[in-house]
Each structure stands twice: as structure tokens, then as C-alpha cells.
Ligand binder design. Structure first.
Ligand SMILES: NC(=O)c1ccc[n+]([C@@H]2O[C@H](COP(=O)([O-])OP(=O)(O)OC[C@H]3O[C@@H](n4cnc5c(N)ncnc54)[C@H](O)[C@@H]3O)[C@@H](O)[C@H]2O)c1
Length: 577
């Protein structure tokens, strides 16, 4: 896990340094990326004495400098390099005085139709000159992708990093990649080894509008999750760009993002400070989505889309509530729309996020409609819990074993193996097995390529060894366990883990009468169950919470797939002797 350090281009709040500091402090930002000062002067222009004064002011306020936001490399590749390079030498001095190890730079504009191949060598020569000079002074140059420069696509950024290796740090600006038409997550995956800094800035593909992080097309939460996989200090640098602020045009003389902002009305704020605060709020929200609210035990599940079938029922409503308590957005799917709505309302009452979706897991059209509703409300599925299941009296014998007398002269109410109704067997098989298969067919495609996704099926004790009287339910749950292993193997290469929970005997409202006599004593079947359960009790829904969260949260179970985890008080371990 990374140690996130928050920084900002606070010149977007104000050019006055004291106001920049105040904006950072008011928004929980500890570092600053220095770029523009009073009157729109660039940090590159200041003399050593002024840099020393600036350092004293920042020290007094307890604000560090993460990098110099230099703008070097934002000239045409055909422009004269020498004056640019000598100005850079002053910036290195300034960086040393300000106590930062980093200078941001860019890889030269190609706006006059020059060929990338023709000038590739020159781009690398110039960047190497910057890097080598800076390194002599203990400073590192970090390249930021930007629209219209050599490094405007992930491929060409990769080319630069491969050519310059350790000399060049990497800054990932998702909004600038969107402006260059690049897909964000594949670009990040390509560049991940080289990225030290993450820009906090988002944008829309449709019209280029810059948005607060998480509101554009950068898939910012997932991007930040991936960035969080890197250990060590990692800067998250806010560059709101939500409203054109005084002086931006001078700083970005060649267009780039500024040109894209002109004339846009979305995400404009009444003042620069207001825009800065909105961007900072979005940053904090993104961090909470990745790291969780204080006290949350499974932050990795926060913001995930969980689809839980049978969630109007006893055990799966518990699953839905457990996931919602971890910040997941939960879709409550159930044949019983009222029961589903009740669970969704309870989750909402507790401050969670859920929708009830009426759905029959045995009908592909019903599943497809549910998927569409979920897509429109929450997005694609991350966690699929196949919980809808159960038994039917039509697939149940009345006695544990066959007695000869029942064949000769059957007493009233006796149902033998030979009386089992194939329709009943089919119903139970369909509900437990086919319902799991069809639901997975509907949702698993959307999970492919996403991080931290998994499927959790619900098996049962009777899958290990059949229970008496319920052959259809036992065989159907055995099929679910078997199918769990099949899917774990089948989906391994596309990144979906598949596991199952096998609950033991849970005392729920619906089996109250089977388990307990009117006076509260155990029925003979319950007696047998408890005497074969080493922990000497029935389960309660909360006993499943740990197993559910453990198997769903890849922080704990990334290397676990294909297991059927008994939660049974030891029932499956005990031979009865
Ligand atoms: N209760 C136990 O002791 C126990 C033990 C082991 C396994 N299980 C399994 O746990 C899961 C949940 O069991 P429960 O005890 O909470 O049962 P439950 O009856 O309380 O819940 C099952 C839910 O599934 C819904 N459902 C039924 N058919 C459906 C369909 N075609 N499409 C969509 N929804 C449908 C029902 O409306 C109900 O809300 C089931 O798979 C069950 O087999 C339960």
C-alpha cells in the first residue's frame, strides 16, 4: 500500500503564496507544486534570494514542496533548446533551495506536423540533458504526459521511460490522456512501473470537459486503487483546471489543456478558490473510496458493486447488509420484490447504498433486465453472490430410509423414493444449479478485466455427504460445489476468483418448526444435528459475515479460488464417533 502525500497546484486557487498556503491547509493538503506566483510570474523566473524567502514562508506554514511545476519541454521540438536549457539551470538552483527533489517537465510540442520518428532522438537528447544536469544536483526530472507533446500517448511515454530508464520519473495525468484519446486503465497498466506521481484531474471523452476526479471517464477510483498497490511515498497532485484562472494562458502558451477549457461551461465555479475546494473534496472522496471510512474493516470493498441473488431471504439479506456496511453498492435481487425492497430500505436506513431489483434467476430475460438496471444505477458488477436457492417438499422423502412395509402397504402421508416427483427434482436442481449458472452467464462478462472481482456461490453441508430425506437438494448443492471448482479454473485467466460458502445448520425463521418443538426443545432431527456439531449449536446469520468478507476481499484472499468453505461449527469434520 502506498503512502499517499497530497499536493496541489495551489496557484489555481490564488497566485498569492500566502493564499496558496491557506488553500492547501484548508483542504488537508500538506505539499505544494510551485508554478505561478504573484502577478503570474513563473517559479522558473525567481532569483535565489526570493526562493529563500519563499522557503522560509512555506516552512513557517509547515507546507512542503513536492515538485517544481516547471513547464520545461513545453516549446516546439524545433525551437532553440539552449536558452530553454539555461533557464532550466536556474530552476534546478531554485528546486535545491526549496528543498524539493523533483522538477516536472514535458517532452516538446509537435504542432507543426513534424514526424515523431524524425525527432525522437532529439526529444530523448533534450530530456537526457535535463535529467543529467538535474541529477548532478540531486534533483530528479519527472515527465508528465500532455496533449500535443511527444509523450502524449501511453506508448510514446513508455518509449521515453525505456530510453531514459531510472533517470526519468513518471507523472500520470489521466485528463491529459483523455484529451489525447487514450484509454486510462490500459495506459496506466502499461506505464505502472515508471509512475511516481498521480495527477488528480479527470475529463470526459465526449467533449473534453475537465471534471473533479471521479466524475469523468478516467475510472478514477480504479486508477487510484491500482496506484495504491505501489509501496512507498506517492504524491497525489491536485490540478483542478475546473475554471480558467488568471495567468493560465501565459503558463500554457502552446494551448494544451487550456485550449480545451475555452468556452466550456460545465464544471465552472464562481471563484478559483471554490473550484479548488471542489477538486480537493473530490480527491478526499476518491481516497475514502479506495481506503475506506475510518473504522471500516474492509475498505477494499468500498464502492464495489455487489449483486446478491436471493437477497430478500434470511442468509443473503445478511450478506447484502454486510457488504453494504463495508461501503459496497448492493443490488438486492429476489423473486420476491417486496422482500427485496424491505432489505434495500433497511440498508438505506443504516446509511448504505442498495437497490431492490425484482428478478427470477431462472429466466435469462429477467436477469438481463436486472443487469441493465444495475448498470444504469451503479455500473458493472464486481462481486456476484449466487445466493438464491432452496429445497422443495416435492423433492423430499418422508422417511430417512426405505422400509419394506412402505412398499407393501403404504401408510397415509408416507412418501418414498419411488413417489418422488421428477418435476420437484427438476425445480430444486434448476433453482440451485441452473440459477447459479444463468446468473453467472449474465454478470461474469462484465467482471472480466476488472480488479478485485469475485463470485461467491452458496453450497451446503449436504454437498459433502447427502442428508437423509432431501436427495434433490443434496445433489443440487453437490453440483454447486462441483461447479464452483469448474468456474474457478475456467475463469482464472480472466481474473475472476470463484469460491463458495457451505453453511451448516442455521436456525432461521423458516426452519424454526423443523428444528424446535413448541416448548422450545429440539426435534429429533435437531438433536441429531447438534450431536454431530462439535460446537454444539446452530449457526446464526452473523456467523457467515467473516467468511463472506474474507472471500470477497482480495486483500485477504487474492490467492484463494475454487474453495468451498464450510461454516458449520465442525459438522463436516465430525464422523459421529
Ligand atoms: N438456511 C440454512 O440453514 C442454509 C444452509 C445451507 C445453505 N443454505 C443456502 O443459503 C441460501 C439462502 O438460504 P436462506 O436460508 O436464506 O433461504 P431463504 O428462503 O430465506 O432465501 C432464499 C431467497 O431466494 C429467493 N428466490 C427463490 N427462488 C428465486 C428465483 N428463482 N429467483 C430469484 N430469487 C429466488 C426467495 O424469494 C428467497 O428470498 C440458499 O442457497 C440455501 O440453499 C441455507
Amino acid at each position: 500500500m502506498a503512502n499517499f502525500i497530497l499536493s496541489a497546484f495551489a496557484d489555481e486557487a490564488s497566485q498569492n503564496i500566502r493564499e496558496q498556503i491557506a488553500a492547501c491547509k484548508a483542504n488537508g493538503i500538506t505539499h505544494i507544486e510551485l508554478r505561478a506566483l504573484d502577478g503570474g510570474r513563473s517559479i522558473n523566473e525567481i532569483a535565489p534570494d526570493e526562493a529563500r524567502q519563499l522557503k522560509a514562508t512555506l516552512d513557517e506554514a509547515g507546507i512542503g514542496v513536492s515538485a517544481i511545476g516547471s513547464g520545461y519541454g513545453k516549446i516546439e521540438i524545433t525551437d532553440d533548446f539552449e536558452p530553454h536549457f539555461s533557464a532550466f539551470q536556474n530552476t534546478v538552483e531554485v528546486a535545491k533551495i526549496l528543498g524539493t527533489r523533483n522538477i516536472r517537465l514535458f517532452s516538446f510540442y509537435f504542432t507543426r506536423g513534424e514526424s515523431y520518428a524524425q525527432y525522437r532522438g532529439e526529444v530523448i537528447r533534450r530530456l537526457e540533458a535535463f535529467c543529467d544536469y538535474a541529477a548532478l544536483h540531486g534533483i530528479r526530472c519527472c515527465h508528465e504526459n500532455e496533449c500535443g507533446i511527444y509523450g502524449d500517448t501511453a506508448e510514446r511515454c513508455l518509449d521515453l521511460h525505456r530510453a531514459l530508464g531510472e533517470k526519468l520519473g513518471g507523472i500520470f495525468d489521466p485528463a491529459n490522456f483523455i484529451h489525447s484519446g487514450e484509454q486510462i486503465l490500459p495506459s496506466y497498466d502499461l506505464l505502472e512501473p515508471y509512475i511516481d506521481y498521480m495527477h488528480v484531474k479527470d475529463a470526459r471523452f465526449s467533449d473534453g470537459v475537465v471534471t473533479p476526479a471521479g466524475e469523468g471517464d478516467a475510472q478514477y477510483t480504479e486508477l487510484l486503487r491500482r496506484f495504491d498497490r505501489k509501496d512507498g511515498d506517492r504524491f497525489l497532485t491536485l490540478e483542478p483546471h475546473l475554471a480558467v484562472f488568471e495567468g493560465l494562458e501565459q503558463l500554457e502558451q502552446h494551448g494544451g489543456s487550456t485550449a480545451l477549457l475555452q468556452g466550456r461551461t460545465a464544471y465552472r465555479y464562481a471563484s478559483n478558490i471554490e473550484a479548488f475546494c471542489a477538486a480537493a473534496d473530490a480527491l478526499h472522496r476518491q481516497i475514502r473510496l479506495v481506503r475506506g471510512e475510518p473504522g471500516m474493516t474492509h475498505p477494499h470493498l468500498q464502492g464495489r458493486v455487489a449483486v446478491v441473488t436471493g437477497a430478500g431471504g434470511v442468509l443473503c439479506s445478511g450478506f447484502a447488509k454486510d457488504l453494504a456496511a463495508q461501503g459496497a453498492k448492493v443490488a438486492i435481487l429476489d423473486l420476491n420484490a417486496q422482500a427485496a425492497q424491505k432489505v434495500a430500505d433497511e440498508i438505506a436506513y443504516l446509511g448504505g447504498t442498495a437497490i431492490a431489483v425484482s428478478c427470477n434467476v431462472l429466466e435469462p430475460e429477467s436477469l438481463a433486465a436486472a443487469r441493465q438496471t444495475i448498470l444504469e444505477t451503479f455500473g458493472t458488477c464486481d462481486l456476484l453472490i449466487n445466493g438464491a436457492g432452496g429445497n422443495s417438499p416435492l423433492g423430499t422423502t418422508s422417511k430417512e430410509t426405505l422400509e419394506l412395509s412402505d412398499l407393501a402397504e403404504k401408510a397415509e402421508g408416507v412418501k418414498t423414493f419411488f413417489d418422488l416427483d421428477p418435476k420437484g427434482i427438476e425445480f430444486v436442481f434448476n433453482l440451485n444449479f441452473l440459477g447459479t449458472l444463468l446468473t453467472t452467464q449474465c454478470f461474469a462478462k462484465d467482471m472480466i478485466g476488472k480488479d478485485g472481482v469475485c463470485i461467491l456461490n452458496v453450497s451446503s453441508m449436504n454437498a459433502y455427504r447427502p442428508l437423509t430425506k432431501i436427495p434433490a437438494y443434496s445433489a443440487a448443492k453437490a453440483a454447486v460445489s462441483n461447479f464452483t471448482q469448474f468456474m474457478a479454473v475456467h475463469f482464472a485467466d480472466v481474473g475472476i476468483r470463484v469460491n463458495a460458502i457451505a453453511p451448516g445448520f442455521f436456525a432461521t425463521n423458516q426452519n424454526q418448526k423443523l428444528l424446535f418443538n413448541e416448548d422450545g426443545s429440539l426435534t429429533p432431527r435437531s438433536d441429531k444435528i447438534i450431536s454431530h456439531t462439535p460446537l454444539r449449536r446452530f449457526g446464526v446469520p452473523a456467523d457467515l459475515t467473516g467468511a463472506l468478507l474474507f472471500l470477497c476481499d482480495e486483500t485477504y484472499s487474492a490467492f484463494i479460488t475454487g474453495v468451498v468453505l464450510p461454516v458449520d461449527g465442525g459438522f463436516s469434520a465430525y464422523s459421529g464417533v
